[in-house]
Design a protein around this ligand. Structure first.
Ligand code: FES
Ligand code: FES
Length: 162
């Protein structure tokens, strides 16, 4: 067992973990962060995407020990005192989900995408989210939601149908 210290959604935890424990299992089973789902467990679907030290990672492909001394943000830590994060609100308002299973990972990946490209084209959004699979929506509303979230995050009021 290895002792790690990890901050998740602003709370610091000390945990004894097996070296083989995956970050997603630490989050869900030890810390109760069930807002981060497991879709495939083979790093294909992106459902388990979280931020680790400010960069999106598929938490089923990261060992918990790799997050030692790290700062993890899950979808559960996004909402602030003022309510939902703009990207959460955009997904809600654009009806960018059906079953919702992919949504936490989509939102985290979308926010990461905007770090490098705050005003992405539809093509850039589709390219940036290609590691995140949705079996329900056909992606059109997801792209619209990311555009809307991007506009809100940059303080602009731009929402147009594609
Ligand atoms: S559960 Fe991690 S990528 Fe699918
Ligand atoms: S909304 Fe069901 S998988 Fe995306």
């Amino acid at each position: 067992m290895t002792r790690i210290t990890v901050t998740v959604d602003g709370v610091t935890y000390e945990e004894e973990v097996e070296p083989r424990l995956l970050l997603v299992h630490l989050l869900r089973e030890r810390l109760g962060k069930t807002g981060t789902p497991i879709g495939c467990d083979t790093s294909n679907c992106g459902a388990c995407t979280v931020m680790l030290d400010g960069t999106s990672v598929k938490s089923c492909s990261v060992l918990a020990v790799q997050a030692d001394e790290g700062d993890v943000l899950t979808v559960e830590g996004l909402a602030g005192g003022g309510g939902w994060h703009p990207m959460q609100r955009a997904f809600h308002e654009e009806h960018a989900l059906q079953c919702g299973y992919c949504t936490p990972g989509m939102i985290m990946a979308a926010i990461d995408l905007l770090k490098d490209d705050p005003d992405p084209s539809d093509e850039a959004i589709r390219h940036g989210l290609e590691g995140n699979l949705c079996r329900c929506t056909g992606y059109c509303n997801i792209v619209r939601a990311v555009r809307r979230g991007a506009a809100e995050m940059s303080g602009h009021q731009e929402v147009t149908a594609s």
